[in-house]
Structure formats: structure tokens, C-alpha cells
Design a protein around this ligand. Structure first.
Ligand SMILES: NC(=O)c1ccc[n+]([C@@H]2O[C@H](COP(=O)([O-])OP(=O)(O)OC[C@H]3O[C@@H](n4cnc5c(N)ncnc54)[C@H](O)[C@@H]3O)[C@@H](O)[C@H]2O)c1
Length: 337
């Protein structure tokens, strides 16, 4: 597949990890690729990989936290290859610490790179995309931007900002034929996470947190970025695509409960029931609409381990009552569950 034949892509943080895998992927599909990074040696190696994959490559030294550097980077890519069609913002860091633990300087360092640089890179790229008649931008956020991540205040705040920036940019530039989407990776094995994951306990914990039972590869994120950046995603903008082996949306590290013909709200620990009383009451309402007998009333199903999840379940009509089944589904939808 050569989905990017004749296209020009600019990739920030393209010297390493997800950025480099994306550069190689897009080049393999026909793109000319500009790699912008502060690590010149790694960027030069990445450019060789791009050329090995059959693409034309340009190495740009750019600190993407600096507005003038972003402007120069976008100008250099467009000048060298004649246009700019794709921007991938992959330059970034991970960081730990609660708000009381991190210094103001640490906060600024993370937010400048993980959020402000995304704005600066986009601001520099968009005028060039307009000249090309449109384009596609893919930001690299994180699952940490979709929920509070324990001990990572600055990182979660910055990546959450990227998620909502994606939505705003998608709105603002849709009529200019510039699509803006973002990927939210789970834990991916890259130079960024290598040292952290070298601790066997940390690694085992992270593997267990991904329902697929393994960590991600940069090439897997690159494949999702290539999809969003290409014409296969021509009607997709403002999308937030998790690439995380089910980490965010599924019950991490646990066997799913046997549904046993039941449907309901999943994922609360013992002791949290009172916080979710509204769910129980909604389930009760649905069960009443379903005409369930009292023996089938909604209930919390606990699992045996202390921190195991439980399920608020609604009895579903049995197969033998097949005619009722469709009505049950209709009611369930209209009750908002
Ligand atoms: N690896 C993961 O598990 C993971 C998970 C979620 C999100 N992410 C995000 O994915 C993106 C890529 O991460 P990665 O794992 O590939 O990391 P990486 O360290 O392998 O690559 C990041 C690249 O960004 C470059 N960079 C750093 N500061 C820069 C600056 N000021 N200007 C230009 N380039 C700069 C680095 O030199 C490096 O080449 C980051 O935004 C990261 O937050 C990674």
C-alpha cells in the first residue's frame, strides 16, 4: 500500500520511539518525511531508516518548545519537499509526581513540551497545509490524558490538554480540509519507557494493566497514526483513538465476568456501591420496564478478591422468551443504559 505517495510529512520527535516508527511507516507508504528533533544523532539514524524504507528524508534540528524553531521547521520541510500534508506531533516526555512534589520548573518543562509544543508545531504547520489545499494532523497524547493518572499530574494535565486541543482544532480547521485527530497510547516499549520498565515489578504491573497481557510496540502506534493521517480516514476528524491493548476501556488484568445472559454497568469495587447508587436505581428502572420478577431484580455481583470489581446487572429475557427480547432492547436503549 502506498497511501502517502506524493505526500510530505513532518514528524516532531521523529528521531526515536513512536515518532521514528511513524516516519518509517509513512516513508514505506510513499511519503517524503521531515524529522524534527533535538537529538541530531538519533535523527540522522532515523533519516537513514526512512531512506531504507524507500522514502526521501530531511533531518531538522528543532526544539519544538520554541516558537521560532517550529516556524523554521515547518518552513524547511515545505521548502525542501514543495508542500506539507501531514504533521505528527510525537515529541514529548513522561513525568511523575503530584502537584506538591514537582517544582514549578518541572511543571513548565513537561507542559511546555507535552502541550505547548503541540500548539506551536500546529500553528507553524497549518498555513503550509492550507497552501497544499488541506492536510492531516495527528497528535500523540496518552491514555494518561483520558483520566487522572496516579502520580503524574503534569503529564496527565498536558496530555488531557492535547486531547481537548485536538477537538478544538478539528472544529476550527474542518472547513479548510485539515483533519485533526489524536492517538492515546498505553504503555509502549520505547527509549522513553525503557529504564522505567527495566524494573521487573513495574514491568509486570504494567503488563497486567493491559488486558491483552503485553505492552505495545511503537510500530503499532505508527499504524494507527498512518490510518488517521491517510485518506482511509477521510471522514474522521476530532477522533481520540486509544492504542492501548484495552487498558482504558476494559477491566485491566482481570478475567471478564461471564455475562450469563445479563447486561449492566461494570467495574466498581466492593465498598463503592453507594457512590453508584444512581446506577442501581437506573438498573431497577430498566428491570421494572422489563417486567422482571423480584427474584430477578438488579443486584451487585461481587467477585471474591478484596479489590475485585462487581457488576450491576439487569436480568435479560431468556432465549425462550425471544419475542420479548427485542422489546427489552428497545426499552434498555430508551432508559439510557
Ligand atoms: N512510550 C510510551 O509508553 C508512551 C505512552 C503514551 C504516550 N507517549 C507519548 O508518545 C510520544 C513519543 O514518545 P516515545 O515513547 O516515542 O518517546 P521517545 O523518547 O522515544 O521519543 C521522543 C522524541 O522526542 C524528542 N524530543 C524531546 N524533546 C524535544 C524537543 N524539545 N524538541 C524536539 N524533539 C524533542 C526526543 O529527542 C525523542 O527523539 C511522547 O509525546 C510521549 O509522551 C508515549
Amino acid at each position: 500500500m502506498r497511501r502517502f505517495e506524493g505526500k510530505v510529512a513532518l514528524i516532531t520527535g521523529g528521531a526515536s520511539g513512536i515518532g521514528r516508527a511513524t516516519a518509517v511507516r509513512l516513508a514505506g507508504e510513499g511519503a517524503a518525511v521531515a524529522i524534527a528533533d533535538i537529538n541530531d544523532q538519533a535523527a540522522a539514524e532515523a533519516c537513514h531508516r526512512v531512506e531504507d524504507a524507500g522514502g526521501r528524508a530531511l533531518c531538522i534540528h528543532a526544539d519544538v518548545t520554541v516558537a521560532a524553531a517550529c516556524e523554521e521547521m515547518a518552513g524547511a520541510a515545505a521548502e525542501r519537499f514543495g508542500r506539507l500534508d501531514v504533521l505528527v506531533t510525537s515529541a514529548g516526555v513522561g513525568a511523575g509526581g503530584s502537584v506538591v512534589e514537582i517544582t514549578e520548573d518541572e511543571w513548565d518543562r513537561v507542559v511546555d513540551l507535552d502541550l505547548k509544543a503541540v500548539y506551536l508545531s500546529s500553528k507553524a504547520a497549518i498555513p503550509r497545509m492550507r497552501q497544499a489545499g488541506g492536510g492531516a494532523i495527528v497528535h500523540v497524547a496518552s491514555i494518561g490524558g483520558l483520566r487522572g493518572r496516579w502520580g503524574a499530574a503534569s503529564f496527565s494535565a498536558a496530555k488531557g490538554g492535547v486531547v481537548n486541543l485536538t477537538r478544538c482544532m478539528a472544529l476550527h480547521h474542518a472547513r479548510e480540509h485539515i483533519r485533526v485527530n489524536c492517538v492515546c497510547p498505553g504503555v509502549i516499549e520505547t527509549p522513553l519507557t525503557r529504564r522505567w520498565l527495566s524494573d521487573p515489578e513495574t514491568r509486570a504491573r504494567q503488563v497486567a494493566a493491559h488486558p491483552m497481557g503485553r505492552l505495545g510496540r511503537p510500530e503499532e502506534v505508527a499504524a494507527a497514526i498512518a490510518f488517521l493521517a491517510g485518506d482511509d480516514a477521510s471522514f474522521i476528524t476530532g477522533a481520540i483513538l486509544t492504542v492501548d491493548g484495552g487498558h482504558v476501556d476494559l477491566e485491566a488484568g482481570r478475567q471478564p465476568l461471564d455475562d450469563g445472559g445479563q447486561a449492566g454497568a461494570v467495574g466498581f469495587s466492593r465498598g463503592q456501591e453507594s457512590q453508584h447508587a444512581h446506577l442501581l436505581s437506573a438498573c431497577s428502572q430498566a428491570a421494572r420496564m422489563n417486567g422482571s420478577a423480584s427474584s430477578q431484580s438488579p443486584r451487585l455481583v461481587h467477585r471474591s478478591r478484596a479489590r475485585a470489581p462487581c457488576r450491576t446487572s439487569i436480568p435479560r429475557p431468556s432465549i425462550a422468551r425471544a419475542p420479548d427480547r427485542r422489546a427489552w432492547r428497545r426499552r434498555r436503549v430508551s432508559s439510557g443504559l
